[in-house]
Design a protein around this ligand. Sequence first.
Ligand code: SAM
Length: 225
Amino acid sequence: MFDPAEMARHDAEAARRMPGPDYYTVLAWIHAALRPAVYLEIGVSFGESLKLAAPPTLAIGVDPDPQADHRWRAETHIHRMTSDGYFARENVPAISLALLDAEHLFEKTLRDFRNVERHAAPGAVALLHDTVPLCERTAARQRVTEFHTGDVWKMLAYFALRRCEMDVVTILTPPSGLTMVRGLGGGDDGREENEIAALEWERHQDHRITIPNSKAAVQDWLLRQ
Ligand SMILES: C[S@@+](CC[C@H](N)C(=O)[O-])C[C@H]1O[C@@H](n2cnc3c(N)ncnc32)[C@H](O)[C@@H]1O
């Protein structure tokens, strides 16, 4: 369905721009450092990220079409539904760590983030995948490439422009970056984010603050008060 030659070019370019351990390795470092009581993953797919949770964590996956069939290390519950459906329930537990990795659209990711924030435990960390696009084609809202981040990068503008009280850093981990956010719980005024949604592609790096793609740098950021 996608051009294999373009796929290979994008993969090579992502590895060149973002050398070092991949996103699953980084996620494993984060679990090891935080040992979160409750981990919520929005967008499970084959369970390759969900399976990184380990005891004593309670892992919750939400996906309308999960394909995962693992021997989970942590106690793991998968809810076959959309994130909106999950957050409409009454018994959402306090979330210590969340990964947002579902639809690659700014407004959907923002809605998931706002819902995570409403249920955040003190000191919670939110992770956003796909915050580092390669080029405008890979950031298209209508997917035309296999390597696809959509316009999730606009979340970095949202944090910088509307939520400057939050601590937000991005790790340039292949294939498409991972952003860590803490300082959750304040909420925002819930207004429409049309100005941010309308940002042009040229602005995609404006609000990106990076830390090295190394275990030491990631754990140092996580464990710093
Ligand atoms: C990129 S994949 C997740 C990959 C997984 N986190 C990993 O790294 O192995 C995106 C997943 O999001 C799911 N998804 C799409 N819309 C969703 C929604 N509204 N709520 C929750 N999950 C959704 C899709 O079914 C798909 O399995």
